[in-house]
Ligand binder design. Structure first.
Ligand code: 5GP
Length: 120
């Protein structure tokens, strides 16, 4: 599959420092920041610094170092966010997944019981 990255998306602008964000963690390959419209007491977005549109793009095309850096950021966010009782990760993808921002991002949601994954 061909993945076409649009560098005018809002997370690309955050990575370039053109738009402010509430950073909670950063390493060489990933940035984690608070979602601007939190859906739970903990709602953090983890994004790779590289130009990947979606999780399948990232999984197929990111280097091992980028993938390791991304998941190190996920681990750090989970460790620092007080979600020992559990959390949910979501990576909405393309139209059926209702992905609004075309730069791969993993939502980390927690801080309260979240209910079923999808409506019954
Ligand atoms: P998606 O629907 O693409 O999975 O989720 C995109 C998420 O990005 C939404 O939860 C939305 O609230 C968040 N978001 C959109 N624009 C901004 C922004 O400028 N800053 C931050 N921190 N979050 C944003």
């Amino acid at each position: 599959m061909q993945f076409d990255y649009d560098d005018q998306n809002i997370f690309a602008k955050i990575l370039r420092g053109e738009i402010p964000n509430s950073t909670v963690f950063e390493n060489d390959h990933a940035l984690a920041f608070k979602d601007i419209v939190p859906q739970a007491p903990v709602h953090v977005l983890v994004i790779p610094k590289g130009p990947y549109v979606s999780i399948d793009d990232f999984a197929a095309n990111a280097t091992p170092a980028e993938q390791a850096g991304f998941f190190a950021a996920v681990a750090a966010v989970c460790d620092m966010s007080g979600v020992e009782e559990g959390f949910r990760t979501i990576a909405n993808t393309r139209a059926h997944g209702v992905q609004d921002v075309p730069h791969f991002h993993m939502h980390i949601l927690g801080g309260k019981p979240l209910g079923r994954m999808l409506p019954a």
